[in-house]
Ligand binder design. Structure first.
Ligand code: TYD
Ligand code: MG
Length: 457
């Protein structure tokens, strides 16, 4: 008799292994391999069950004029619409991931209320909470008077049958993908096979009906629940909802978007009545600014199309250790090593006997190389113990040769800085034709050494 084959699937990345191991070879996570049967899964029925149906190819040229832009449903919550690239796209699936308790359900309840108020049919399916609980939340968020339809379901086939009656929903929210299970797969809910099969069924539903489907996914580090990473490849868009536990604001970050830009963020502030939009994030990030202390530099950054000012804090302190400590929060650690190395090699400053700590204020994360110059300024300022001018912003990329290279959107960065009361800028020479205002009082280093000489006086 043939034995049923078993396989081990990494609950973090979805890779398949023939035998159990403590560590997944593919993603390097520990204790994430779980035994799952090979039966089930999409299209695993008997080969004769389905007859092939020929498709109908369409010439690309005949499509012109028919389709203009992706048909979108804007929620009216600007920060959310910005992150999705202008609203939820009909016939597409969007994944919203984040730590448990970060506010995903809150955000989507608010979005559901806003859309239902506009007359869209919105169905909110929760596998985690009972209908009464969702209603309570909606009441708190002042969305209880909207015609959002609620359902507490976890079986995909049941969900699709539930929404099949009456008008097709414009927006179908599934909270969360980890609680779903489908008859098509026979492993336990929450395993990769179930998550994948359920997501596939819902994505197919979106494409065939034209509804916008939003899947909520919890991100867990311990591998107990299937990470939404396996779903990321399947959906059209991925947004991550982030925030630091101790801070009261949340950032919605676009990670993948087949219909729009991927570098946008939406910023929200938490309150007891739900999430409030923050249309000027710089004010929020600079709100926590320490007074004139050495080691603090304001970076004029860009997030997608929007300038964001944020404070970078450095602490350089004598180290008791043979190998000094380097710790970074909110920035790239290899990038810090690079800036330190360039400072040492080209500017004659020494960090080798010092511990270096770098922090981006407010729990914000920077991914732009344009922050190099602000980081260098903060580091040198802390090392020499002199505060930087409080009305000055910094931006520019540092190359390994010690040159300061121009970055994009200089004009926009300066405009934002000026709006917030900054009077000077340190920026790369040749940043295009920036004009007027703050640009007139800018210092343009051609090399990093110019900046260091200026700070150290
Ligand atoms: P919730 O939306 O349930 O998080 P998730 O769905 O990501 O697990 O929010 C978690 C808790 O935080 C919940 O008790 C409500 C509270 N909360 C607020 O009080 N105000 C807010 O603005 C947000 C976002 C959450
Ligand atoms: Mg939730």
């Amino acid at each position: 008799m043939a034995r049923a084959r078993v396989q081990f699937i990494c609950q973090n990345c979805g890779s398949v292994h023939s035998r159990w191991a403590g560590k997944c070879d593919a993603c390097g996570e520990w204790n994430t391999l779980v035994e799952e049967g090979t039966s089930g899964g999409i299209g695993s029925g008997p080969a004769s069950a389905r007859k092939a149906r020929p498709g109908r190819p369409v010439a690309l040229t005949t499509l012109s004029g028919e389709i203009e832009d992706a048909p979108r449903i804007a929620s009216g919550i600007d920060e959310l619409d910005r992150a999705t690239g202008g609203g939820f796209v009909r016939g597409s699936a969007l994944l919203i991931g984040g730590d448990p308790g970060i506010g995903k359900s809150t955000l989507l309840t608010q979005a559901a209320g806003a859309l239902a108020r506009q007359g869209h049919r919105v169905v909110y399916v929760s596998g985690e909470e009972a209908v009464a609980q969702i209603r309570l939340r909606a009441q708190r968020l002042k969305a209880a008077d909207t015609p959002v339809e609620l359902a507490a379901e976890t079986n995909v086939e049941d969900i699709l049958a539930t929404v099949a009656d009456g008008r097709r929903p414009d927006l179908l929210i599934i909270d969360s993908i980890q609680t779903l299970w489908t008859d098509m797969a026979d492993s336990a809910p929450g395993t990769v096979t179930q998550v994948r099969a359920s997501a596939q069924a819902l994505i197919r539903y979106a494409k065939s009906t034209g509804a916008a489907v939003v899947l909520v996914g919890h991100v867990t580090k311990d591998g107990q629940i299937a990470g939404p990473r396996v779903v990321e490849h399947m959906v059209d868009g991925v947004l991550y909802f982030e925030g630091e536990g101790g801070h009261h604001y949340r950032i919605l970050r676009t990670v993948k978007n087949r219909f729009g830009p991927t570098d946008e963020i939406g910023v929200f502030e938490m309150s007891d009545r739900g999430l409030r939009e923050v249309s000027n994030p710089s004010e929020l990030f600079l709100g926590e600014r320490s007074a004139r202390a050495p080691g603090a530099a304001v970076f004029a950054g860009m997030e997608g199309t929007r300038p964001v000012l944020v404070e970078i804090q450095a602490l350089v302190a004598p180290s008791p250790l043979g190998t000094p400590r380097r710790a970074v929060v909110g920035w790239d650690s290899p990038r810090l090593s690079m800036v330190l190395a360039v400072l040492e090699a080209h500017c004659g400053v020494r960090f080798s006997t010092n511990d270096v700590y770098l922090n981006v204020a407010g729990g914000y994360r920077i991914s732009e190389p344009a922050a190099d110059l602000a980081v260098a300024a903060a580091l040198v300022s802390s090392l020499v113990g002199l505060a930087l001018p409080a009305d000055c912003v910094y931006f520019g990329e540092i190359s390994l040769s010690g040159a300061v290279r121009p970055v994009a959107h200089a004009q926009q960065r300066l405009k934002e800085a000026e709006k917030l009361g900054f009077a000077q800028a340190v920026m790369p020479a040749g940043s295009g034709d920036v004009a007027g205002g703050i640009a007139a009082r800018s210092f343009q280093p051609g090399a990093l050494a110019d900046l260091v000489a200026r700070i150290a006086g």
